[in-house]
Design a protein around this ligand. Structure first.
Ligand code: NAD
Length: 519
């Protein structure tokens, strides 16, 4: 018997012991920077001809590690290794697989500060954000391990006299896990764990902006005793390594989290059968967002301000759930904007490893340029009231930025910017605010602040998003509590961290046996 699932507590960094443990871990990780990492295929370390460096976005001269750039052929070799391993792994009992995942959770708990430190240095995650990422990863393991046991239980069917009927959830086979950089621990491990605890084998292709975090995850999986070939590690560009796995005929499924553009491309490539392929590839694709917060005329503005600032600028606005459209009722518009500008301008930007930084760097140079370009567009489409520039230095630092008087049809109100840029839109009424919120190709998260219960009830039915929050911020979904995944171009709505999630990694077999009544 296992205890009931409980979310992992966040670390309280106001306690001296925790602060010094985190500083020690940063020192340890800094002493390990600059190493070379190999691909891991069928448990063997493999090199490739190409190499690339992962760097610290707060200081481009600091090399986090050197990684192999796998070719499409190497990626296909990894699928072959995963296919071979599947033969045995599928026969492991659900209890055995779940026990391994519980062990992974335990090991990660033991290396929590170290994992946080890698994320601070490689992905620019400030202390609290990095710690929440590790906590979520532990939650995914604990939650999916229990779910695997639940899926292995006898499933309820309508009884039929004269027959015994049984439904079993079987794994799919060898699949790809293609991860983004923004939750390099939680999402990477979450997708991987769900896949393998359900009995599948995996080729893990992490983002090239956060491969060292994934390498530490691999170390933990190996230490936990996950057998060789069950999770293979293939680094490299999306176009070569990622696409190599997606296109391979032996790939049975693709679990992807990333941008809309890549997700749609993967859906298209996976749909095309390759010679020798005998199945339709299953694609789980969780993609971008253009998430909103509505502040109604009767909202508690202090609460709303906290929620907006945290949702828009937490982790530099680089969350799929980040608030990038603030829709203000015209009656609170001027007052709220004034307070928002004052609060935003006070956010301290600096290296994520410095606990005093409220915001760290954005992920890479390309992202910085893209964000600055959006700011230029935003200046034409509205009025820049704070921020708008990159900061001096050797890192990719960007000021938190607010653009007001933006029309709902403006580019900065429609496209995912994925940085610390908030577009503020005026609404004449609550109904208009909801209409603006829904006028998007995305449908991931949204929040409504207000005290009119009738309007909140209407928001529940009318706001078309996968995760709707009332009187709280639109980020920070918790495993088991807020199963996560969006509508429309935000993806396949697989609801990570929910009871349906493992279903996507299985296929159901029904066995019906005629029972003979003797005499
Ligand atoms: P991305 O699409 O650039 O990359 C994601 C992964 O796909 C990387 O590992 C990349 O190497 C790989 N890839 C790129 N091209 C590929 C190809 N042709 N074939 C196969 N793989 C390929 O996204 P990103 O910049 O890493 O992540 C940010 C995006 O992820 C944002 O749009 C964000 O909203 C989204 N996101 C969504 C969720 C969600 O749950 N909906 C969660 C986190 C992030």
């Amino acid at each position: 018997m296992y205890t009931e699932f409980k979310n992992e507590k966040l670390t309280d960094f106001s306690q001296e012991a925790n602060r010094s443990a985190q500083l020690e871990a940063l020192k340890l990780v800094r002493s390990r920077l600059g190493r070379e990492y190999d691909l891991i295929i069928g448990g063997k370390r493999v090199k490739s001809r190409k190499r690339f460096n992962s760097i610290n976005p707060a200081d481009r001269s600091e090399i986090i590690g050197t990684f192999q750039g796998a070719s499409a052929e190497r990626a296909a070799e990894a699928v072959d290794a995963a296919t071979r391993a599947f033969g045995e792994w599928r026969r492991f009992s659900a209890e055995h697989r779940a026990d391994l995942l519980f062990r992974v959770a335990e090991l990660l708990r033991g290396r929590r500060f170290e994992m946080n430190a890698w994320m601070m240095l490689e992905a620019g995650k400030p202390w609290g954000e990095a710690d929440a990422d590790t906590a979520e990863a532990i939650d995914f393991c604990e939650f999916y391990a229990r779910e695997a046991l639940r899926y292995a239980e006898p499933q309820p069917l309508v009884p039929l006299p004269g027959e015994t009927n049984e439904l079993r959830y079987l794994p799919l086979g060898a699949g790809a896990v293609i991860a983004p950089w923004n939750f390099p621990c939680a999402i990477t491990l979450g997708m991987t764990a769900a896949a393998f605890v359900a009995g599948n084998t995996v080729v893990l292709k992490p983002s090239s902006d956060a491969p060292a975090v994934a390498a530490l995850l691999m170390e933990i999986l190996e230490e936990a005793g996950v057998p060789p070939g069950v999770v293979n590690f293939v680094t490299g560009s999306g176009g070569e390594a990622g696409e190599g796995v997606v296109k391979c005929a032996r790939t049975r499924f693709v679990a992807f989290t990333g941008s809309k553009e890549t997700g749609l491309h993967i859906v298209e490539e996976a749909a095309r059968p390759r010679p020798g392929q005998v199945w339709i590839k299953r694609v789980i694709a969780e993609m971008g967002g253009k998430d909103f917060i509505i502040v109604d005329e009767d909202a508690d503005l202090d609460d709303a301000l906290d929620g907006v600032v945290s949702s828009a600028f937490g982790y530099q606005g680089q969350k799929c759930s980040a608030c990038s459209r603030l829709i203000l009722h015209e009656k609170v518009y001027a007052d709220f904007v004034e307070r928002l500008v004052e609060r935003t301008a006070r956010i301290r930007v600096g290296p994520a490893s410095d606990p005093a930084s409220g915001m760290g760097p954005v992920i890479n140079e390309g992202a910085l340029h893209r964000i600055l370009k959006y700011v230029e567009t935003g200046k034409r489409e509205g009025k820049l009231v704070t921020g708008g520039s990159a900061l001096e230095g050797n890192g990719f630092f960007m000021q938190p930025t607010v653009i007001i008087d933006v029309k709902p049809t403006a580019t900065v109100a429609r496209e995912e910017i994925f940085g610390p840029v908030l577009a503020v839109i005026r609404a004449g009424s609550f109904d208009e605010a909801v209409a603006i919120a829904n006028d998007s190709e995305y449908g991931l998260t949204g929040a409504v602040y207000g005290t009119n219960q009738g309007r909140l009830e209407r928001a529940k039915t009318e706001c078309h998003v996968g995760n709707l929050y009332l009187n709280r911020k639109c980020t920070g979904a918790m495993v088991g509590v807020h199963p996560f995944g969006g509508f429309n171009m935000s993806g396949t709505n697989s609801k990570a961290g929910g009871r349906d999630y493992l279903m996507h990694f299985t296929q159901a077999k029904v066995i019906s046996e005629k029972t003979f009544v003797s005499g």
